[in-house]
Design a protein around this ligand. Structure first.
Ligand code: B1M
Length: 212
């Protein structure tokens, strides 16, 4: 069996080298590397890019090409993370709030929710509150998940939570997350739940729906 160097995968994504990232991801999958380990190597790349961005060592274009490499590698990993479900437990709507274009973490949560056998309606990024409300109503969702990566879009998250709570959607639970989001912010804006990462988002959604 081929020994896969996950550090090289981290480096390839960090440099935005898509071909190399895809090659190494395929190699890791063929070598039956646990998907969680492959994912951790990918996430480490984006953390590193973020640190370098803060120190002005890389700029937006570099972040963008790294994100593209990550997306292509994640597309290969997704089928392994998503177990084949026959009938979804319940439907969850997810999106990144208005003004925010970051979607990698949100995609991870969507992936994990699919893997947990939830039906997932992914609205993408830069989603206005009305779109969340319409989708929750149309799909009879039990959960709406909001993601925000910018401190400047936290007010849009608050506004979306308030709008969802004001809409006539009995029993709907709102789960929030993203790098600047905390448990106390979730309480402050009236969200039903918070998760620090994609795996936690599965537990939080399940717990809230079971308690409803
Ligand atoms: Co931007 N960016 N970015 N960016 N970017 C950050 C977030 C930043 C921290 C970088 C930095 O300064 N170190 C910084 C925000 C600072 C702040 O607000 N305090 C920043 C900035 C400033 C910006 C711009 C303003 C830059 C500019 O233009 N001057 C701009 C804003 C654009 C906009 O949104 N309007 C911008 C643009 C971009 C790109 C477009 C170039 C690109 C996004 C591409 C894309 O997503 N398709 C990008 C990227 C890639 C990043 C970093 C490098 C990586 C983000 C990422 O994908 N992380 C990021 C630095 C960093 O975070 N290290 C940065 C990996 C991902 C797996 O983690 O999304 O946190 P994350 O998700 C986690 C958890 O947060 C959680 O689960 C995931 C892990 O399991 N989670 C949830 C997320 N959503 C959840 C929902 C839940 C539960 C958990 O429930 C529903």
């Amino acid at each position: 069996m081929v020994e896969v160097d996950l550090n090289s995968l981290t480096l390839a994504i960090g440099k935005g080298n898509r071909a190399e990232a895809v090659r190494l991801t395929k190699q890791a999958i063929e070598a039956a590397t646990p998907p969680a380990q492959v994912l951790a190597a990918m996430v480490a790349a984006m953390d590193d890019v973020g640190r370098k961005f803060q120190c002005n060592q890389v700029f937006v274009p570099e972040m963008l090409i790294a994100a593209r490499a990550m997306r292509e590698s994640m597309a290969l990993l997704e089928p392994l993370l998503v177990k084949a479900g026959i009938k979804p437990e319940f439907t969850a709507v997810i999106g990144t709030v208005q003004g925010d274009l970051h979607d990698i973490g949100k995609n991870l949560v969507a992936m994990m929710w699919k893997g947990a056998n939830f039906g997932v309606v992914d609205l993408g990024s830069n989603v206005p509150a009305e779109k969340f409300i319409a989708a929750a109503r149309e799909h009879k969702a039990k959960v709406v998940g909001l993601s925000a990566l910018l401190t400047t879009t936290m007010p849009a998250m608050k506004q979306t939570v308030l709008a969802l709570k004001a809409a006539d959607l009995p029993g709907l639970k709102v789960v929030i997350g993203g790098a600047p989001i905390t448990e106390s912010f979730a309480r402050e804006i009236g969200a039903d739940g918070f998760a620090a990462d994609a795996a936690g988002a599965v537990d939080t959604a399940r717990r809230l729906v079971a308690a409803a």
